[in-house]
Design a protein around this ligand. Sequence first.
Ligand code: GRF
Length: 216
Amino acid sequence: MGKLKLAVLISGRGSNLQALIDACAAPDYPAEIALVISNVAGVEGIERATNAGLPVLVIDHKKYPSRAEFDLEMTQAIEAAGVELICLAGFMRLLSEEFIDHWHNRMINIHPSLLPAFKGLDVQARAIAAGARFSGCTVHYVRFDMDTGPIITQAAVPIHTGDDADTLAARILVQEHIIYPQAVRWIAEGRVMIENQQAIVDGADAPTAAVINPLP
Ligand code: GRF
């Protein structure tokens, strides 16, 4: 069977893109990156894609009169590349309802919190300010309301006394780079089913142990 063709949409650093590039380098990984799109020129993620020999397009939203026209340009490029799944990876533009509907159940995102807690921006600082003992990251299908949609997988990390947004973000990012390629693998293997707006991973087990923070 052929590999699942991905488009990865970025706006910046591209460390999650890099995690997907690295995963795709393994011969038995069931997905491949057909296209990288950045809406911002000159960002580190573009360099990562170029270094990996991947096709990259810069589609600058500022050059389009409307969100709809920008999104249409992206859809045309993504379809021309034969893409089957879009991976948002630090893509910092809101997408139109048309785009999201068009890619329904064919577009996923990674977000640095345990959704549905802490949607939106500055999530690490907000988790710390709220006094939460855990944060983490979530891979989910994209729906119109920001940072909603069926959750495929999550990783939880403890929040330590003295953490700031940067130390917490770094701890979460390590887990992002594990769970994003894992979620794509499950989708490519046809193991992710959506039923009643919940994603179920066929044959995947939940851990049995609880984690308590601070330790008793
Ligand atoms: C990550 O924290 C991701 O969860 C969020 O934006 C950040 C992107 O980082 N959506 P990078 O560009 O993948 O390094």
